[in-house]
Design a protein around this ligand. Sequence first.
Ligand code: PMP
Length: 357
Amino acid sequence: MKQFNINNLVRQNIRELTPYSSARDEFIGEANVFLDANENSIGSTIQGNFNRYPDSQQWELKEKLAKYKQVQPEQIFLGNGSDEAIDLLFRAFCEPKKDRALIFPPTYGMYKVQANINDTPLDEINLNSDYSLPIDKIEQIINPNVKLLFICSPNNPTGNLIEKVSIKKILNCFKGIVIVDEAYIDFYPEGSMLNEIDTYPNLVVLQTFSKAWGLAGLRLGMAFAQKETIDILNKIKYPYNVNTLTQTYALKALQNSKQKNEMVKIILQQRNWLSKQLTELSIVENIYHSDANFLLVKVHNATKLYKILVQQGIIVRNRSSVELCDNCLRITVGTEDENKLLIKCLKKVNIEIPVTA
Ligand code: PMP
């Protein structure tokens, strides 16, 4: 892509910003007496080296992650979940009330929430009825003020991967930043756009440790892009946005990537089993194709079924108020026992409630 310069997209105040410089950022080299950051030099109130601030740029973790993901460390931003990266993208590129963002509903709710928080007008073009990207409409109606365009792949709540050819078409025709949110990509790794970041300077890929890695509680999200874009996110983030515990445990997790792959295998097996079981129930109208760790299931009366499941202590996500998700429940794939319990409960409902109810 010719003539793309990320600095033409960034907000003027961010372009001109002198970022906060933390004590440890200013020092380069070896030392063993640190009296520069007003920490407690005596120790911590609990076991562990928590009296020291964490590495604000998370270099050790980025080095290891870069090897695992086959990118450069400078092409990685790490944040407090991928939600942090979504927020920072708005703050870096969207002048409030002026610059716009574009999303394709039904999709992940945080794009809209972050747009609203950042006072960014939002354009919405629905996905096609098969949940594919409405590629033919996009080129004609993209507002010239759109700076950020979000594609969720595999999409939440529909579960399907968005075809790479469609994403590439947008990357080629759109002058702003295309964010491909791959929170669920470990369940279909072949669909990732990560290896395209060197080709497309306007591509940002989001991933997370919250799903396949089983580390939602750790709060660690990733954004991958060319260095110039990552530098902008780093410039505006909180200085110590990824805490010591998270950095330490994420390093351990990377050493256990085999375990992540094994869990993915189990989840995919369980997803197939769940899907087959659900097909046999007459209360179920449709099970949408999923490339993720959840199933979007259309039933006869989603709200009623949701309430029945709650009474049984089983919580799924009722998405029936979402456009194009009429009477749909989003069901996360559970453990074998949890899935069996869910099916047992649904079979009971299937007998007790006539199809037309
Ligand atoms: N993107 C999508 C599509 C998600 O579904 C989620 C979480 N549900 C996130 C991002 C946020 O993930 P994190 O835990 O990394 O903030």
